[in-house]
Design a protein around this ligand. Structure first.
Ligand code: PMT
Length: 412
């Protein structure tokens, strides 16, 4: 359940060979339970039929501003008013020009002008049209006025030329829209540092000590925090996952590198959530060359202990740890709250096949210092992340209310 659920999204489609991708975009938005109201310019209707968008969105498509359905003569204004966000994909060069100059002579320009909702523009056009000084000036003007952009991407264009002008993929546009909607979420203005994945401790240039963490839990946390408006930094051990749109990733390999990145990123932050599985040990001395076979003899590695990252960082931010346990889940996890100085801990049983390492779902227990543990049912990791962030948001609010500034403001 993302931040698109239940939102009214106006999808404006302009004339472009990329207009067919608007159907995919509409379908993705509907699957994420948004209500989609599609608007088309006259030239868009030459590339894709209104019926396609109507079938996918289950709502009438408006193309002619003088024939805005049968609701009322002011239906277009009503659409503008109830929009939670407007996305224009593809946006043509002439649409950029019209929007930059406040033209209201087509249904999209008019709706944008009549709305206070955030606007996301996904341009698509020939590369030379996009690079043209006047188009660039229009883009600058629109950015300065607070319009958000996604793309255009570089690659092979319909014209056969290669350059910047391709419409971003619908999946990327959806992510950008989620990012934009997050700007009105409850973590706006908060910096959240999330760690993810299993660190690798090099033995020699070829081998390393690692673990089964895929990074999925940490990446889900980063995505969910982004959807709630946080400024998210993802300190990630190697993981074959794509970085959520709008999230800054700091890539690390070893536990010492992860420690250094966490220390640097938490100098100024509001919350640290450590979902990573950092290796607790590293080899005392990494071999400079590949270790050869010993003709049947064994090999002994000397290991030294790595620092406890979360236990070693301090500051005025909410500290959340995870506990990967295979027995006595709640007792073992609760003990770590004290030893690691945490606000709360999320315990997961790593022996279950559908939870913990590499699973898409997780079954966790949220344990505060005091109070009964909160057992959550099996949920997608994104949903688990949301429940964790609910608690983070509560603690941040309580912290704000108790701050000297809030106390002084409340004083008679
Ligand atoms: O990545 P996935 O495949 O999605 O799997 C998710 C997960 C199972 C890895 C994740 O949900 C999880 O449980 N992460 C914590 C794993 C772990 O290291 O548990 P721990 O009980 O050993 O450590 C407790 C806490 O201290 C954790 O927050 C850990 O990040 C942190 N820690 C651990 C070791 C260390 N040297 N420094 C630390 O800060």
């Amino acid at each position: 359940m993302t931040n698109l659920r239940g939102r009214n999204i106006v999808l404006g489609v302009c004339g472009s060979i990329a207009a067919y991708k608007a159907a995919d975009l509409a379908s993705r938005l509907v699957k994420l339970e948004a209500t989609v109201e599609a608007l088309m310019t006259a030239s868009a209707a030459k590339f894709i039929t209104p019926l396609s968008l109507q079938s996918l969105t289950g709502r009438p498509v408006i193309g002619d501003m003088y024939d805005a359905g049968s609701e009322t003569a002011e239906a277009h204004v009503a659409i503008a008013r109830r929009a939670d966000a407007i996305v224009i994909a593809p946006a043509s060069a002439s649409m950029l020009a019209r929007l930059a100059h406040g033209f209201a002579d087509d249904i999209i320009g008019l709706t944008v002008l009549a709305s206070r909702a955030p606007v996301l523009i996904a341009p698509a056009m020939d590369n030379q049209m996009f690079e043209a000084a006047i188009t660039q000036e229009n883009v600058r003007t629109l950015r300065e006025r607070g319009y958000a952009f996604v793309g255009p991407e570089s690659g092979r264009l319909a014209s056969g030329h290669t350059g910047t002008g391709r419409l971003s993929e619908p999946a990327t546009i959806v992510e950008a829209l989620r990012f934009l909607l997050g700007r009105r979420g409850d973590l706006v203005g908060r910096k959240v540092v999330v760690t993810a994945g299993g660190t690798r401790e090099a033995i020699d240039p070829v081998r390393y000590i690692g673990n089964h963490s895929s990074g999925k839990m940490g990446y889900a946390l980063a995505e969910a925090a982004r959807d709630r408006g946080a400024d998210v930094v993802l300190v990630s051990a190697p993981a074959s996952l794509s970085v959520p749109y709008g999230v800054r990733r700091v890539a690390v390999q070893s536990t010492l590198q992860m420690r250094d990145a966490v220390v640097a990123e938490t100098r100024e932050c509001d919350a640290l959530v450590m979902a990573a599985a950092p290796a607790d040990f590293r080899v005392a001395e990494e071999a400079a060359q590949k270790i050869k076979r010993h003709g049947g003899e064994g090999l002994t590695l000397d290991l030294v202990e790595n620092p406890d990252i979360i236990g070693g960082v301090s500051g005025d931010f909410v500290k959340v740890g995870f506990a990967a346990e295979s027995q006595d889940l709640v007792e073992n996890a609760r003990a770590k709250i004290g030893t690691k100085g945490l606000d709360f801990i999320v315990a997961n049983d790593i022996t279950a096949g559908d939870a913990g390492f590499d699973a898409d779902t997780n079954r966790v227990v949220i344990i505060d210092g005091e109070g009964p543990p909160r057992h959550l049912t099996l949920l997608p990791k994104y949903e688990v992340a949301q429940r964790i962030l609910d608690r983070v948001a509560q603690l941040l609010e309580a912290r704000d209310a108790a701050s000297p500034a809030a106390q002084a403001a409340g004083a008679p």
